[in-house]
Ligand binder design. Structure first.
Ligand SMILES: [Fe+2]
Length: 406
């Protein structure tokens, strides 16, 4: 392939067009656009920070829980605003810090839709893009290491997670892995990228930092010169030990790294309505549990705030608005009974308000109407802090759950 610095190549796979800029041949502007590569020695995991050089909007790929202070330092040092955290898959060897970064840095979370990471605000499908400033990251579905695994393309770089490693590839013997799928993902999807695309792997155990698609086509010991059948036979014969942190890491990573026993209370179980409310509605649930139920199709999320609050503060995509009271004057919504029955459509309902007061009143009323109604703890905005500001302590928005603002 001829070198035309700054030129764009476009190729397509499964109807997804990918635009890849070619590197400058003699070290031009484009060749300076590199990710910041960070390494976790305990798990040999690479984390990447990409950013827009003018707006300083940044995106982090595969952040590691134990390295959150380092990563926050990097953001401060470079003057970056973290817009996205992105996972290449649900990891078995380390726990992600995505949930914490959402809380501490205000990032939104994204993960491949086939990975079961229900807490991620954006569930990436093949070809989806994430923007940070003027930069674009595009997701390519590259199953095999796990069924949902994705590789992420930015400019002339590809972040391959555990799909393609330098001189190797991820294992395929657990977590819905498939050697056949991995062979296809590497040889048909990744090797279809231009040869000078820089490969940034999810791990390296020998201190190597990056490679190129061209080099991997020629020198990858697992893949080069092997037929699909030979590749599968080789992967089947690896007999690798179970990853040390599999049992701990995967469940935590399905929750963006948030531990299920946080706060010493039952985090993913409903709690019976307590105190003066005992028995008057089905129970209280954490925002995370509510979202899990909604994603599983078990419950309908009903937002009982006013139209003005949803409009000005933000809203949860897919929630059904049924105001408990309305501006002006916070008068009762006379249509509540009919609207909430209609919203439930035979399912249980989880009720969200600003801080968890109106949602209890609404849950009691819905229970009187014969519905199975739960109150979502903390509400959308959480509790006020010492300065009476909301949005700092608890609440839907601080748990890495999806929400939007008009
Ligand atoms: Fe992995």
């Amino acid at each position: 392939m001829g070198c035309k610095p700054g030129a764009s190549l476009i190729f397509s796979f499964r109807d997804v067009q990918v635009q890849v800029e070619q590197k400058g041949c003699a070290g031009g502007m484009l060749s300076t656009m590199k990710p910041i590569q960070l390494f976790d020695p305990a798990s040999s995991t690479y984390t990447y920070v990409l950013f827009d050089q003018s707006t300083r909007d940044a995106l982090i790929i595969d952040p590691v829980d134990e390295q959150i202070e380092r990563d926050l330092d990097v953001l401060r040092e470079y003057g970056l605003k973290l817009v996205w955290t992105v996972e290449t898959h649900a990891h078995a060897d380390h726990i992600t810090s995505a949930g914490k970064l959402a809380e501490l840095a205000g990032a939104k979370t994204a993960a491949p839709h086939g990975c079961g990471i229900g807490t991620a605000g954006v569930q990436l499908a093949h070809g989806d893009t994430l923007t940070f400033g003027g930069e674009v990251l595009r997701a390519l579905h590259t199953p095999g290491h796990t069924a949902g695994s994705m590789s992420l393309v930015w400019r002339h770089h590809v972040f391959t997670g555990d799909t393609l490693l330098i001189g190797g590839c991820g294992r395929t013997d657990f977590q819905s892995g498939s050697a056949k799928d991995l062979y296809h993902s590497i040889t048909q999807v990744l090797f279809d990228l231009p040869d000078d695309t820089t490969v940034w792997p999810g791990h390296d155990y020998k201190g190597r930092q990056s490679s190129t698609i061209g080099d991997e086509k020629q020198h990858n010991e697992r893949v080069t010169g092997k037929s699909e059948a030979e590749f599968i036979a080789q992967m089947d014969a690896l007999n690798l030990p179970k990853p040390r942190r599999l049992d701990e890491a995967v469940p935590a990573n399905l929750m963006s790294g948030q531990r299920q026993d946080a706060g010493g209370v039952l985090f993913m179980e409903p709690r019976p309505a307590a105190g003066p409310h005992a028995g008057s509605y089905a129970g209280d649930v954490t925002p995370q549990l509510a979202w899990q139920w909604v994603q599983a199709g078990e419950a309908v999320l009903v937002d009982v705030r006013t139209d003005a609050e949803r409009e000005w503060v933000g809203f949860v995509p897919g929630a059904v608005p049924v105001a408990w009271k309305q501006w002006p004057g916070m008068t009762m919504n006379s249509g509540f009974d009919a609207q909430v029955k209609n919203a439930a459509a035979g399912k249980k309902i989880v009720l969200l308000c600003r801080s968890g007061v109106r949602s209890i009143a609404a849950a009691k009323r819905a229970t009187e109407l014969g519905l199975e109604a739960y109150n979502i703890l903390e509400g959308f905005e959480g509790d006020p802090d010492a300065q009476a500001h909301r949005g700092q302590q608890g609440g839907w928005r601080r748990h890495a759950l999806p929400w939007r603002q008009n």
